[in-house]
Design a protein around this ligand. Structure first.
Ligand code: GUN
Ligand code: ZN
Length: 446
């Protein structure tokens, strides 16, 4: 149960609109000494400390972070709950990486006791990294999604998740059938979608591991439950695209495979979207489907460079989210993810400003997930899911910050370039502090 009243004081930053570039001060609201008040988990007031504090009942406890930034909790739009022991697996690109590591590790999630233990660890790790909402893939086993949702409900976090649907091209221990995947997904969806803060994503893994019958079943579910999410992978790797071409000779391209089964739309999250063709990019944009950028994964599995600027300049612009893709991705930290995202765009001659990056991470991801009225900004009515950020968390960061003269954008850029979980001083869910960093700061010699 969220606290009746919770008050945080610090340097509060929240976005109002997508920044048009560096220096776009109209895109955000910043209180250098601000207070955010939440009641029963929801924000009721935000403003300068000098205005808000005197209106609070005498003796109200205040969590005061004078030097730190308070932002909306981070949102990770794509990662895999059963891959926490796949992360950092050596020497393979996508299809081999799946067979050699991922499809082995995911088989353990049929055991509900194991799945529950892993869910507890996983959600704790997200909170320790400042991530308060995520779109999560389970394993094929319904128990994995069940364990995940149960733990998320216990913590009070807003999560999107689904059991993976996969009925071919994987070990027998990891296969369902078109019918069982429909039945199991539907049961989970009916139990969890809109239950408190939990939401369901219909999750066909990708075209290679689903028969036509299973994609048909996924499409049927999406039609029956139009406000559920759909999440899958697309155009991550060139060999993957070749395989899809030979498995679906009647489809004109990869996106068309999903399109034919009615799987596109504003609630559909497509992981990767690296090697889409012109027609596919346009179709993504016009259907409002979301392209999810997973930089650490794309670099680590050697998949390629996400064409962010090309997607963004379409009419209408393609909707873009950012994500870790653990365990293809190499970090749970959305700060590190932004830092690698910046480098991926650099390699294509483009820049992502700190304002754009932090907007994407909070209000941007919330908007493309259709959750902007619940999370992603610090404003009355939103849930008090908050992160407290320390730009001086390490010796190297503190040293770098000595050269910064109260420049908010520079501080944010340092956070996304050098920051990780050590910069997460605290994480709040619905006004309750759920994570507090241990003393990592006093690492300088006495
Ligand atoms: N494509 C299909 N499954 C996966 C997965 O688990 N990780 C990544 N990165 N790509 C995929
Ligand atoms: Zn993935």
């Amino acid at each position: 149960i969220p606290p009746a009243l919770a008050v945080l004081r610090g340097r509060i930053l929240s976005f109002l609109a997508a920044p048009k570039g560096p220096g776009d001060a109209a895109s955000y609201r910043y209180f250098p000494d601000g207070v955010v008040v939440s009641e029963a988990g929801r924000i009721t007031r935000v403003g300068p400390a000098a205005e808000v504090l005197p209106t609070l009942p005498a003796g109200t406890a205040v969590d005061h972070y004078p030097d730190d930034l308070i932002l909306p909790g981070f949102i990770d739009a794509h990662l895999h709950f059963p891959q926490t022991q796949v992360i950092a697996s050596y020497g393979a690109q996508l299809l081999e990486w799946l067979q050699k590591y991922t499809f082995i590790a995911e088989q353990r999630y049929g055991d509900p006791v194991y799945a529950e233990r892993q869910a507890a660890w996983f959600l704790r790790e997200l909170l320790a990294n400042g991530t308060t909402t995520a779109a999560v893939y389970g394993s094929v086993h319904p128990q994995s999604a069940e364990a995940f949702f149960a733990e998320s409900e216990r913590l009070g976090t807003a999560m999107i998740a689904g059991k993976v649907m996969m009925d071919r091209n994987a070990p027998p221990g990891l296969l369902d059938t078109a019918q069982s995947s429909y039945d199991d997904s539907k049961r989970l969806l009916q139990r969890w979608h809109g239950n408190g803060r939990q939401r369901y994503a219909i999750t066909p893994r990708f075209a290679i591991t689903s028969t036509e019958a299973q994609l048909e079943a996924a499409g049927a579910l999406a039609r029956e439950f139009p406000d559920a999410y759909v999440q899958t992978h697309i155009a991550e790797n060139l060999q993957e695209i070749e395989a899809v071409r030979s498995l679906f000779p009647d489809s004109r391209d990869y996106l068309d495979v999903y399109d034919r089964y009615g799987l596109l739309g504003p609630k559909t999250l497509f992981g990767h979207c690296i090697h889409l063709e012109e027609r596919e990019r346009q179709r993504m944009a016009e259907t409002g489907s979301v392209a999810v950028f997973c930089p650490t994964s794309n670099l680590f599995i050697g998949s390629g460079l996400f064409p962010m600027k090309d997607l963004a300049r379409r009419d209408p612009p393609a909707r873009i989210a950012v994500a870790t893709d653990v365990g293809g991705g190499t970090s749970y930290s959305m700060l590190r993810t932004l830092g690698e995202g910046y480098k991926v765009q650099q390699l294509q001659g483009a820049n992502v400003s700190a304002l754009e990056a932090f907007h994407l991470l909070t209000a941007g991801n919330a908007e493309v997930l259709g959750l902007a009225d619940e999370i992603g900004t610090i404003a009355p009515g939103r849930h008090a899911d908050l992160v407290v950020l320390d730009a001086r968390a390490t010796s190297a960061m503190a040293h770098r910050m000595e050269a910064v003269d109260a420049d908010l954008e520079e501080e944010l850029f340092i956070l996304m370039t050098l920051g990780d979980d050590r910069s997460i001083k605290a994480t709040y869910i619905q006004g309750r502090r759920m994570h507090e960093r241990e003393g990592t700061r006093s690492r300088s010699p006495a």
